[in-house]
Structures are given as structure tokens and as C-alpha cells.
Design a protein around this ligand. Structure first.
Ligand code: ZN
Length: 277
């Protein structure tokens, strides 16, 4: 394969030996290179600058969980990556495993959701909240990576097509991402004792709606329509969700936010614990 575009420059070699000819020969001679190369679909969660022209890209891949990789030269206008490694983009990537960071060597666009999302402030803020949540959830839990990937890509596609109001796509995504991560809320039976609902009190720490016996003091009592909306957002019942009243959407959004905050904080604490031990 021709190496004329510098596709296979090795980062550590490049630092000490900047001559491209030398680098190419050294990399081709590296027998472990092919073994460390892999291909996967990924959605770009976040990017940040590295040096003069590079970026570190935080990715949620379909089969390798969350990956942090370097995209070399991506900030140059002549970059062969173009806009394919911008936030919210979905791409078929070729990567090479590194000791600390992987390296993106090729990117083929799969879902150009980034441009239509970035063009609209409301959609942009929703997409940013979704990718931030995905980053936190998949950092804490690597087992649900493929399910989280599919969920996020589906939500970004719906957002870019304006299938539903952006705030409903967000709240549906958040509930389903939490459920996929192992924190499925209950909006029908009591989240503690399982007594059949509908119930009137919401308790984020317990896991959703609770009966009068299980209700902690001071639990909010949302409107019945809000509880129906939450259930519809969790199950993807869009005919019910799209027909909901703005008042109930606002109330549902507040409850989703409190539920997310409660469970994400615990997820992140458990992650810190794992890293320390
Ligand atoms: Zn109960």
C-alpha cells in the first residue's frame, strides 16, 4: 500500500525522527503495526486541541467501548479528515492502538448529523447534553457499549431529521441511556415494592414512581399526564409523547434531570473507586 499521504506515521517515531521518508520505512518495518490496527464505527463525543494541528477525539465506538484517539493534522484546512471528526459525526474509522491514546488513520463519514445539528442552537445544546451523558455512562460501564452506541446514533439521527421536538428526543435518550446503563426507572409499578400503579410520588433515589407506603417525605407529586409522558419517553411511544402539553414536558424534563443527576453521580463515584483500588 502506498504511504504517500503519511497515513501510517507513528507518533513516537515521528517525534524523534521528523523526516517523513525515515518514518515510513521504520513504520513499515514494525511487525506489530498490523496487529494493533482495528476498524470500527464510532460517534464523536468530544474533541480537544493537541499541539499545533492535532486533536484528541473522544469516541464511542460500536464494538470497542469508549476510545480516546489522536487525529493528526485534523485542524489544518488541508486535512484529509475534513469535518468527519467533528462532534456528533458518525464515521467508519481505522485506528491503531497506542500505549495511552489510539491514533485515527482513516475516517469515512457514515452519518453527517454534525452539520445540521451545529446549524441550530437548540439542537446543538441537546446533542451536547446527549454526548456528555454518553461519555460519562460509557466511561463507568463498558459492558453496554454497543447498546449505548446504537441508542446515541439513533437519537442524533432523529435530532438531525427533526423527527420530534428536540427536548423530547433528549429526555427520551436520557431515560433510555440510563436504563441501558442499569438504572431503568419505573413509571408504573412502585420502584421499591413493585405494587401496581399508577402512583403519585416520584423519588429519584429509589428509581421512579413510588407508592404511598414507600414514598419518602418531601417527594414531588407530578401531574398524572407527566407520569404518562415519562413512560412514553422511556418506551419510545412517540404518538403519546408528541401530543403532550408543554407544561407536562417541562415537568418531565425536571424529573429526568434529577433522576440523571442522582444516578450519574453514583456511577461516577463508583468509577473513581475502581480507579483508586
Ligand atoms: Zn411501594
Amino acid at each position: 500500500m502506498p504511504c504517500g499521504d503519511g497515513k501510517y506515521r507513528h507518533h513516537t517515531v515521528r517525534r524523534s525522527l521528523p523526516g517523513p521518508g525515515l518514518v515510513r520505512r521504520l513504520v513499515v518495518a514494525n511487525p506489530s503495526f498490523a496487529a494493533r490496527s482495528y476498524r470500527d464505527d464510532a460517534v464523536v463525543l468530544r474533541t480537544h486541541k493537541l499541539g499545533e494541528a492535532d486533536r484528541i477525539i473522544t469516541l464511542l465506538t460500536k464494538h470497542h467501548g469508549q476510545v480516546r484517539a489522536v487525529a493528526k493534522g485534523v485542524r489544518r484546512t488541508s486535512s484529509r479528515f475534513g469535518a468527519r471528526l467533528e462532534p456528533f459525526m458518525v464515521a467508519d474509522l481505522q485506528l491503531v492502538s497506542g500505549r495511552t491514546l489510539d491514533i485515527v488513520t482513516q475516517a469515512v463519514a457514515k452519518g453527517a448529523y454534525g452539520s445540521s445539528i451545529a446549524a441550530d442552537y437548540g439542537r446543538f445544546t441537546v446533542a451536547a447534553a446527549m454526548t456528555e451523558t454518553a461519555e460519562k455512562l460509557t466511561d463507568a460501564d463498558t459492558e453496554s457499549g454497543t447498546a449505548q452506541y446504537n441508542l446515541l446514533v439513533g437519537a442524533l439521527a432523529a435530532l438531525s431529521r427533526s423527527d420530534h421536538p428536540p427536548e423530547l428526543i433528549l429526555d427520551s435518550y436520557l431515560l433510555r441511556a440510563l436504563a441501558t446503563g442499569g438504572w431503568a426507572p419505573s413509571f408504573t409499578e412502585c420502584a421499591r415494592c413493585g405494587r401496581p400503579g399508577p402512583h403519585t410520588a416520584f423519588a429519584a433515589p429509589i428509581g421512579g414512581m413510588v407508592c404511598s407506603d414507600c414514598r419518602p417525605p418531601g417527594s414531588p407529586a407530578p401531574a398524572p399526564e407527566t407520569v404518562v409522558l415519562l413512560g412514553a419517553l422511556l418506551t419510545g411511544n412517540w404518538s403519546v409523547a408528541d401530543a403532550s402539553d408543554p407544561r407536562h414536558r417541562r415537568e418531565a424534563a425536571g424529573l429526568v434531570a434529577s433522576y440523571l443527576q442522582w444516578h450519574l453521580e453514583r456511577a461516577l463515584k463508583s468509577l473513581k473507586h475502581v480507579e483508586r483500588s
